[in-house]
Structures are given as structure tokens and as C-alpha cells.
Write a protein that binds this ligand. Structure first.
Ligand SMILES: [Fe+2]
Length: 383
């Protein structure tokens, strides 16, 4: 029952809030670095929306629009240099998880020595510039936690920087920005929300405060993700997915992820595959592996997925739940095997070693603790 709770971000949730960004962030300083991806926020008009609102409040801004999916530590180092040269007071992350995580890392890097790569996998002390985040996807939950997941291109380590100073000061969650998210991205980011909820629920670190959030987040995803996928312009589905995403971000801030994220990260790091797709591809094997230690919780997940299971044992309900989850993934056209990415048996050792070296904490927090050999077997089962 032990837990601690610290989540100092001011979350601003609601339709139309992004166009008021300037008013919300003006307490953070007079000059901002806007961190965003190469094109989508610009194409959709969100960059204009934000810069106009900054200008209305007399806030000067500089743009860093070089963030790639699965952001690299080398890109962050470039952003840090730009932020220093321009003497910005604060950093705004605009976009999905990659720009938001990058904004956190740049804000932190400005105040530190050396490369941001030196701080991965740690909870380093040290200050950061104030951070404001505007999420344009219902995905990573980055707006509601301190994690910045980055990939070191030299070591292929995909790891989080989680400094006490990298919590956003202000996060704006405006479902209107999510109406134009493409189908494929809706599915991969939306399923990440489900995994954050399910893994934080299954994690050995789950507790009485995190569990209700995890369960409610899963319920919202099951009820709304398919709708958002099929009918992206529907603001009701988008709004409920945005809410699920925020809940999920808080849930992982409280209880963390476990083995599915541990097995998914190396696939993104080596093959640059969207995060949510990597998770889907290894999830079924992990869930089957977890049944002996997590049947009761998996039975609860199964019931959220619509399994009735009257008169059945928890193990039987859990097994039905995994089948229902496979159907759910397929309905979103998500990959359920790693061979979908061209991964073969010859790649397994490298992936397993990478997962073990970089996500050992999530091996330990899994309901059935994972070993290096388990990781090998789970990848093979996922082929
Ligand atoms: Fe995730």
C-alpha cells in the first residue's frame, strides 16, 4: 500500500484551449523556444495558432522544428545549442510525444554540462528551464509526467530521462487539435494509452491511487479508440481519448510501465517503428506469459474488453481476455507480430540484450518478473 504522489503540472483541458496558449504561458517568461516536428503541426495550422497567441501577449519565440519520431539525443543537443544561443526563458513542446519529450530534454539540457545522452536512464538532480506542453495526439501522456524518452543513436539505447525538474509547468490538452490526426497515428498512439493503463495496472508498483486511474483509462480506450479511428473528425471520441491519455500519463507517473514497454523500446530503437506498434507486436506473448502471476488482474482487464466469463476461473477469463485483445488490435489494423517489421530469428539476441540492458527496471516490475532468457523467448513467440 506504500506510495507517494507528486504531480506539479498545471493541466488545462478543453476544446479551444490551445488558442489561449499565450495567456497561459506568459508567467513563464518573455521568450520561448518552440519545439516541434518537421511538418505536421505546421501543416495543420497549430504552429500559427500558437505563435499568434504568443505574439498577442508580447512573447517572443524561436522555432526548433527538427524533432523526428523516436527523437535522438543528437537532435536534443542541437536544440540545447539553439536555446542557449537565443537565451530563451522557457520551452514549449508542440506535437505528439516526440516533440513534448524533446522539449523537456532541451529545457533540462540547457542547464547542464555535456550531452543529454549522459543523463538517460536516470533521475538526475539539476534544474531545467520552465516547460509548457501542448499535445496534439492522444498518445504518450507526456503532458502529465516528467519522462522524456530518447534514443542514443550510438548505443541504440532508448531510455527515459526523468528529472524532478522535467515536469511541465503547464500542459494544454485541447481535443480540437486531435481531429486531423491520421488514422494510423490514431491507432498507434491510442493503443499506447491502453498499454500505459494496462502496464501500470499489472506492474508490481501499482497501488490504490494508480489502479482506479488505470482501469478507467482502459475502459475509455476500449469504448472510444475504435470510434476515433473510424471517424477521426468526431470531437466526442477525440475528447474522451484525450482524457484517457491524460489519465494514462498520470497512471504511469504513479506506477510506471512494465514488460511490454521493455520489449517494445528496442524495436523502435533499431528499426524506427512507431512506439504503439512495437508494443502491440509483443503484447500477446507477454500477457500469456503473465497469466500465472496476474490472473486476477488480467481477468479484470478481460471484463473491460467485454469478456463475460460467467462461472469461469480467473485464468480462463484472462485467456479469453487475451483473445479479445487480439481482436481489438486487429480491428485497429495494428501488428500483432514482430515479423511484420521484417524482424527475424537472427535479430532476437540483439533485441533481448538491448531490452535487458536498458529496461531492466521494467523486467523487475512485471507481474511475473522477466529474465534475459524470458525476453528471448517472448520475442521468439512474437515472431
Ligand atoms: Fe508508451
Amino acid at each position: 500500500m506504500d506510495f507517494s504522489y507528486y504531480m506539479p503540472a498545471h493541466l488545462i483541458f478543453g476544446r479551444g484551449k490551445a488558442k489561449e496558449t499565450g495567456a497561459y504561458v506568459k508567467s513563464l517568461g518573455n521568450k520561448a523556444l518552440i519545439v516541434t516536428g518537421r511538418s505536421s503541426a505546421k501543416k495543420a495550422g497549430f504552429l500559427d495558432l500558437v505563435t499568434k497567441s504568443l505574439e498577442k501577449e508580447g512573447i517572443d519565440w524561436v522555432l526548433f522544428d527538427e524533432i523526428e519520431p523516436n527523437p535522438l539525443t543528437t537532435t536534443i543537443d542541437k536544440g540545447v545549442k539553439l536555446a542557449r544561443e537565443n537565451k530563451v526563458d522557457f520551452v514549449i513542446g508542440l506535437g505528439g510525444g516526440s516533440p513534448m519529450d524533446s522539449a523537456k530534454a532541451i529545457a533540462f539540457g540547457v542547464k547542464q554540462e555535456g550531452s543529454i545522452a549522459d543523463y538517460l536512464g536516470a533521475q538526475p538532480a539539476g534544474e531545467a528551464l520552465p516547460i509548457a506542453l501542448i499535445t496534439t495526439t492522444a498518445g504518450t501522456g507526456s503532458e502529465a509526467n516528467k519522462n522524456a524518452v530518447l534514443t542514443n543513436p550510438e548505443t541504440y539505447a532508448k531510455k527515459a530521462l526523468s528529472a524532478p525538474s522535467t515536469y511541465p509547468k503547464i500542459s494544454i490538452i485541447d481535443p480540437e487539435l486531435m481531429l486531423t490526426v491520421p488514422k494510423k497515428v490514431t491507432a498507434s498512439t491510442g493503443i499506447d494509452v491502453f498499454f500505459h493503463c494496462m502496464e501500470s495496472y499489472l506492474s508490481k508498483r501499482s497501488h490504490p491511487l494508480s489502479e482506479p486511474l488505470s482501469l478507467e483509462g482502459m475502459r475509455l480506450v476500449v469504448e472510444n479508440l475504435k470510434g476515433a479511428y473510424d471517424d477521426g473528425r468526431n470531437i466526442e471520441y477525440r475528447e474522451r481519448m484525450a482524457w484517457a491519455n491524460t489519465i494514462a500519463g498520470i497512471a504511469i507517473n504513479l506506477a510506471g510501465n512494465c514488460g511490454i514497454h521493455a520489449l517494445g523500446h528496442p524495436i523502435s530503437a533499431y528499426y524506427d517503428i512507431p512506439h504503439g506498434e512495437t508494443l502491440a507486436s509483443v503484447s500477446l506473448a507477454f500477457l500469456r506469459f503473465s497469466i500465472p502471476e496476474a490472473a486476477e488482474k488480467l481477468a479484470k482487464v478481460a471484463r473491460i474488453l467485454g469478456v463475460k466469463g460467467e462461472g469461469m476461473s480467473d485464468i480462463e477469463v484472462a485467456e479469453k481476455g487475451i483473445e479479445a485483445f487480439e481482436t481489438f488490435l486487429k480491428s485497429l489494423d495494428l501488428p500483432i507480430r514482430i515479423s511484420a517489421f521484417g524482424i527475424g530469428e537472427e535479430d532476437i539476441e540483439k533485441l533481448a540484450q538491448n531490452a535487458y540492458n536498458n529496461s531492466f527496471h521494467n523486467f523487475k516490475s512485471s507481474p511475473r518478473e522477466m529474465t534475459l532468457d524470458d525476453a528471448r523467448k517472448l520475442y521468439i513467440e512474437s515472431l
